[in-house]
Design a protein. Structure first.
Length: 343
């Protein structure tokens, strides 16, 4: 297990700090030798997965430019900042609520692929709750400012995202427990994040933008599918009926592969429909990574990781994340080209 000491004196040089931050962002684990204040915050908020939210925000802004809408970049930036804060708050609340209902424990994957911040002694339960409250309060301020600028529709986007994110693990709904966690990710990372940011930036939300938000949202959902396949033995024993528990491991792997196909096919379809720029086809450059991930999903999870894997026992989730990171980056690049050249 990684040393979870939070002594900020452990790494004080500039190079050491950067190494710490890179390590946390790459692995979601505390860096060897101790944590400085920034590393600790990155670890507590699981900042390594925040790029998925940043991509959703970027998709919204670039779509607005491609479509020729007038963009208020100040409101766009504030909305994007609010999205990142909301994702941080969600990660903090998930750890808090899963601990509260007894899901997170020492032998559960959450504490195995990265030490649980409370169980490992990095922070108290009260401290974790305070962090979640502080970040949610900051997001509330963002919502109020954007509502004053753009109207009450902002409240719908913001509260919709908050309710779904909190209910993902929090009683009484606990959407994850009833096979609704995966659809929640699809809705949040697509229509709510992209649609809400587009509305904040432009003051309106065309239906075509909602359609354009779905391919990347599907890709983000594959990461959660992979994670829940990895955790299936524990979740099934606990009575947590995630979608992979309901489907069974083999079928869940096939469904996730189908979602990868849907991502690439929907990009092509939306380009043909002229909703996305032609340059969006750049996502096909991620196919070499996709082939490796496809192969991983074609077989049951190995008994031991065949490659160095700092987040073991996660196996399918990091493979899906690699595709999401590569294809998401290429999608943004295609949208940049489309925004600049108009194709």
């Amino acid at each position: 297990m990684t040393d979870v000491s939070s002594d900020p004196s452990a790494s004080v040089s500039g190079g050491g700090l950067l190494r710490n931050w890179r390590y946390v962002l790459a692995t979601t684990n505390p860096p060897p030798g101790g944590m400085d204040a920034v590393s600790k915050w990155l670890y507590l908020t699981r900042a390594g997965v925040l790029p998925m939210t940043i991509v959703s925000a970027a998709v919204a802004g670039l779509l607005a430019v491609y479509r020729g809408d007038t963009v208020n970049w100040g409101w766009f930036a504030l909305s994007a900042l609010g999205l990142v804060g909301a994702h941080m708050a969600n990660n903090l609340m998930n750890d808090l609520f899963d601990l509260g209902v007894g899901t997170d424990r020492e032998d559960y994957p959450r504490n195995l692929y990265s030490p649980h911040p409370v169980l490992s002694g990095v922070i108290t339960r009260r401290g974790l709750a305070t962090c979640a409250l502080a970040v949610n309060a900051a997001c509330l301020v963002v919502m109020i400012l954007l509502t004053a600028a753009r109207g009450w529709a902002i409240v719908g986007f913001a509260l919709g995202g908050f309710v779904l994110s909190a209910a993902y693990t929090a009683p009484p709904l606990r959407l994850k427990k009833h096979g609704l966690g995966e659809p929640t990710v699809l809705v949040v990372w697509g229509p709510l994040m992209v649609g809400g940011t587009y509305y904040a930036a432009t003051g309106h939300i065309p239906g075509a933008v909602i359609l354009a938000s779905l391919p990347y949202a599907v890709l983000c959902t594959t990461v959660l599918m992979g994670k829940h396949i990895d955790k299936l033995p524990w979740d099934a024993a606990d009575g947590t009926h995630t979608l992979p528990v309901i489907l069974g491991e083999a079928r869940a792997r096939r469904v996730t592969q189908g979602m990868f196909v849907v991502f690439y096919a929907s990009i092509v379809a939306l380009v043909i429909a002229r909703i996305l720029p032609v340059a969006s086809i750049l996502v096909v450059a991620s196919l070499p990574v996709m082939r490796r991930t496809w192969a991983a999903f074609s077989e049951p999870k190995p008994a031991e990781s065949p490659v160095p894997n700092p987040v073991w026992p996660l196996w399918f989730a990091p493979n899906a994340f690699l595709v999401t990171r590569r294809a998401g980056g290429l999608f943004v690049l295609g949208l940049i080209v489309g925004a600049i050249l108009g194709w």
